[in-house]
Structure formats: structure tokens, C-alpha cells
Design a protein around this ligand. Structure first.
Ligand SMILES: C[S@@+](CC[C@H](N)C(=O)[O-])C[C@H]1O[C@@H](n2cnc3c(N)ncnc32)[C@H](O)[C@@H]1O
Length: 241
């Protein structure tokens, strides 16, 4: 088992992410609401969505708020995250769950399925670079003609100097947030050091938005856009129309 998988399967990781997600990830609620608005803008009924690296289900929950009849297939490699999602959506027969490592592409169970949208939030930067084009190609194959692939995720800047500057801005934001929400007094330097250590432990591998656009086009998508970006996070959208 990889270090990334080891990390995410623990209850502590789920608990930690729940506690810090909206506090330390800039614009997380905005990302969820923008992605949800795009996923639900069509008339299609039932809406069929694939949620990759679903965690405890915040993306799916946001979609269900707007489209309660949506059918969502939730995929994650962490038993603990899937357990929390199953508990959260218990009694909803339209939600299904697959335990699967996205480094191996999409689950084979999905081969004959099609989806109106594929969504992912803060998960795909954990996938190995070498596995991404194949994963995106498989995503493209199961989208309906006007379907969208939306990825709200962490990215790095192309220039190392800009990347360091944006990372330091994020560390400064986190230091303020840690004080405001948890009463913690930490210097920006110590927050930055802690974040680097956590990235390593979780196996974070953020690419640039340009690399993702290139990979999406290599995977066969006609269009790839960055529709929103703030500091280290952005929303990439891939489409064929
Ligand atoms: C930061 S959490 C995000 C959860 C959720 N999407 C959200 O935004 O609230 C990342 C999730 O991706 C999952 N994950 C990371 N690498 C994965 C992989 N290779 N295959 C499947 N799931 C993965 C983790 O288990 C975790 O649930």
C-alpha cells in the first residue's frame, strides 16, 4: 500500500480533513458551488454523476441539494471515507459506491455506463502523473456527448519563483485562519514547513493548470479550460462541445 493510501484510509485523516477543509483551502465553498452549478445546469433527468475521490461526500451532497433525484456513483480508495459517505447517504438508492484506486484508471464496473458529468474535488492531485492521461481518456469515454469533466483541485504555478510566492501567500492565509478558527499562534514559516511535511505524507503531486490542459487534450477532450483560480486552487473543465 502506498503512503498516500495509508494516510487516507485512517479515521484521523477523514476527521482532520473535515476539520480543516473549509478553513485552510481558499475558496473551497466557492469551488463546490461553481462545480455544482455547472453540473446541474442541464435539464437531463435523472442527472447521472460520477464523483471521483469522493471522500465523505461534500461534492455529492452539494449536487443533491440542487438535484435530489441525481444518481451519483462515488469512488474512493479509502474504506474509511466510503464508510462515512455510505452513512451520510444511507437510504438513498440512487447513490452507489465503488472502492477503487484511480491510479489504475476507472473501475471496470463502469465500462458500460455513461454519465452527464464527472466531478472531482481535491483528489486528482494525489494520482501519479504517469496515470493521468489514461484516467482522463477513460473519463471522456463515459461522458455523454455534451457532458463535462470538472476538477476542482490544488495546482502549482509553472514558474518556481511564482510557485514559491503563491505557496507563501497560502501559508500566510493559513496562519491567519489557524489563529481565527483554532486560536493557534503560528508563524508563516512554521505553517509553510508543516504544509510541506503534510504534502509529503499525503503524497500530494499538484501539476500546473497547463499540464492538466495538455493531458486532457492528449486524452482526447476537444476543449480544456481553467474557469476559476485563487492562489493554489483552481477549477479545470474539459468538454467536447
Ligand atoms: C482531500 S480529500 C477530498 C474529498 C472530497 N472530494 C471533498 O472535496 O470533500 C481526497 C480524497 O481523495 C481520495 N483519494 C486520494 N487518492 C486516491 C486514489 N488514488 N484513488 C481513489 N481515491 C483517492 C482520498 O481517499 C480522499 O477521500
Amino acid at each position: 500500500m502506498s503512503e498516500t493510501e495509508q494516510f487516507w484510509k485512517t479515521p484521523e485523516a477523514a476527521e482532520h480533513f473535515a476539520k480543516i477543509a473549509d478553513v485552510l483551502i481558499p475558496g473551497r465553498q466557492e469551488i463546490l458551488s461553481r462545480i455544482t452549478a455547472l453540473v446541474t445546469m442541464g435539464e437531463e433527468e435523472p442527472l447521472r454523476v460520477l464523483d471521483l475521490g469522493c471522500g465523505f461526500g461534500d461534492v455529492t451532497a452539494a449536487i443533491l441539494k440542487l438535484r435530489p433525484n441525481a444518481q451519483v456513483c462515488m469512488v474512493d480508495f479509502s474504506d474509511e471515507m466510503l464508510r462515512l459517505s455510505k452513512e451520510r447517504f444511507i437510504g438513498n438508492p440512487r447513490i452507489s459506491f465503488i472502492k477503487h484506486d484511480l491510479n489504475g484508471g476507472l473501475p471496470t464496473e463502469l465500462e458500460r455506463h455513461s454519465f452527464s458529468a464527472v466531478v472531482s474535488c481535491f483528489a486528482l492531485h494525489h494520482v501519479e502523473f504517469a496515470c493521468r492521461v489514461n484516467l482522463y481518456h477513460q473519463i471522456k469515454e463515459l461522458l455523454v456527448e455534451n457532458g463535462l469533466f470538472l476538477n476542482g483541485d490544488r495546482f502549482r504555478e509553472a514558474s518556481p519563483v511564482m510557485d514559491e510566492s503563491v505557496f507563501q501567500n497560502w501559508a500566510a492565509f493559513m496562519a491567519v485562519q489557524l489563529h481565527k478558527h483554532f486560536g493557534k499562534e503560528e508563524t508563516v514559516a512554521s505553517v509553510a514547513q508543516g504544509q510541506r511535511a503534510s504534502d509529503q505524507r499525503k503524497g500530494d503531486k499538484p501539476g500546473t493548470i497547463w499540464e492538466m490542459a495538455r493531458d486532457l487534450q492528449q486524452a482526447g477532450f476537444r476543449y480544456a479550460d481553467c474557469i476559476w483560480k485563487q492562489d493554489t486552487v483552481a477549477i479545470m473543465v474539459a468538454a467536447n462541445q
